[in-house]
Design a binder for this molecule. Sequence first.
Ligand code: DX5
Ligand code: ZN
Length: 229
Amino acid sequence: MAPMAIIAPSILSADFGRLAAEIEDVDRGGCDWLHVDVMDGRYVPNLTIGPLVVQAVRKATQKPVDVHLMIVEPERWIDPFVDAGADGVTVHVEACVHLQRALAALRGRGKRAGVSLNPSTSEEALRYVAGDVDLVLVMSVNPGFGGQKFLPSQLDKVRRIRRLLDDAGNHGAIVEIDGGVGVDNIGAAAEAGVDAFVAGSAVFNQPDRKAAIAALRAAATAGKARRPR
Ligand code: DX5
Ligand code: ZN
């Protein structure tokens, strides 16, 4: 059973000049995972982080490092990011030709195998890998930048994905949401079936990160309690 709510601050909104201190701040503030957004300037129109920075994140926290690959041919980068210290790696279904192979490679290395769907991608893309995933990341913005507006259209997709995973017997797979998550929508996401919540600006743009994480967790927990059984 997944814990009540996994709060995963995205370091994309952190101050990179003092990255270790920023990570320690949200770590002490009670986050569950650290989310790392890797962008290649091809799959998404932005360029960010490579394995070296993941190594630095790994040194700054004991908590799980959740690596989100927004890159083409992500299968080429699984080993470097696992070697750098990722506990889980998520690849985009739109960017990965041999998706089942990539997921099997991650599990083969004992890591959480994640797959992500852009807002316009149907949950049907998961049908034949529903038993091969440990995590499904639903993008609630078009990936590329922090600070964008949450797309409520993705909540229906969350419900369908939860059902698809359960129908495949994969009850332990985690549904994660990413993009524009804040106190105003995290409850609805939890109610729809989300267990892990990425939050960039809603954590790092707040002066008190501990209070921000606590507020997100409270709203998510309340939403989860409203989830139909
Ligand atoms: C978007 C990234 C997100 C982003 C979230 O492409 O995958 O993880 O950093 O930032 P917010 O929470 O500000 O939308
Ligand atoms: Zn992300």
